[in-house]
Design a protein around this ligand. Structure first.
Ligand code: B12
Length: 222
């Protein structure tokens, strides 16, 4: 039944949100990402497996096709919507953490950047890991982060960036937070971000995926 995950991958790559969605025309009246993700869960696939074998590789393919100029922003947007359709089913699994919170995690996508799929995944999984999550959204500058930290001075901060251009804004945000809150812990992530960059800008931790963030936070709360 690996075929189902392949179908889901294809639905996301082609931007087929759900059965009633008219786009793309060649998949008219066929199941979309919403239905296929629901079926995959019914058949016993684990939420993580669905994420790692279908959703994430689909978005990686979309990125590659965009780089090769085979698709453009509107198609990328449809794929993001399709991913959202699949996430409707997966979200409750990632969010069902313990009720007693281990601490607070403030996350946002840095200023200039509107990508939020990866950030949302990190937020969901950290919440599922037992943390209170304050999601500041996208296009978040240093002031908004500082304001949120003022209200929760012990919070751990997470920054996400998907563009090489906006990645540079992480440096300023880290510097401003560290100047005001010396003991604060900041972790960073997003496709162009690396451990080397993390060390260079004085952030505390880098993880290429949400699980790494959860592990880091849990180790802090011990
Ligand atoms: C979907 C998408 C869009 C959608 C975003 C919709 C949305 N709601 O997010 C739309 C269409 C709006 C879009 C717009 C643009 N995009 Co775009 N987009 C993508 C695409 C295809 C997928 C991104 C994604 O969601 N991936 C899936 C998620 C799950 O992965 P992720 O974000 O990397 O997150 C994972 C990890 O990085 C990590 N993580 C993420 N954040 C954090 C944070 C922490 C703290 C931690 C620990 C971990 C972590 O965990 C996540 C799960 O594993 C990528 C291609 C790619 N390969 O990344 C291009 C891509 C990022 N986009 C790109 C570009 C150029 C643009 C535009 C400039 C296009 C344009 N000409 O307008 C605009 C910019 C708009 C803006 N100001 O932000 C380029 C960036 C190139 C570069 N090097 O800078 C890419 C790489 C495509 C490409 N190959 O050229 N995009």
């Amino acid at each position: 039944m690996e075929n189902l995950l392949e179908k889901l991958l294809e639905a996301i790559e082609l931007g087929k949100v759900d059965k009633k969605s008219p786009y793309p025309p060649q998949l008219k009246d066929q199941d979309g990402a919403y239905e296929l993700a629901g079926k995959a869960l019914e058949l016993g696939y684990k939420p993580n497996e669905i994420l790692e074998k279908a959703l994430i590789p689909a978005m990686a393919n979309v990125g590659d096709r965009f780089s090769r100029k085979e698709i453009y922003v509107p198609q990328m947007l449809m794929s993001a919507k399709a991913m959202g359709g699949a996430m409707i089913h997966l979200k409750p699994f990632f969010q069902s953490g313990e009720t007693k919170r281990k601490g607070t995690f403030i996350i946002g996508t840095v200023n200039g950047d509107l990508h939020d799929i990866g950030k949302n995944l990190v937020a969901m999984m950290v919440e599922g890991g037992g943390w209170e999550v304050i999601d500041l959204g996208v296009d978040v500058g240093p002031e908004k982060f500082i304001k949120a930290i003022e209200e929760k001075p012990d919070a751990v901060i997470g920054l996400s960036a998907l563009l090489t251009t906006t990645m540079e804004n992480m440096k300023k945000i880290v510097a401003e937070i560290k100047a005001k809150y010396k003991g604060s812990k900041i972790l960073i992530g997003g496709a162009p971000v690396t451990l080397e960059y993390c060390n260079k800008i004085g952030a505390d931790f880098y993880s290429p995926d949400p699980q790494g963030a959860v592990n880091y936070l849990n180790q802090l709360s011990r």
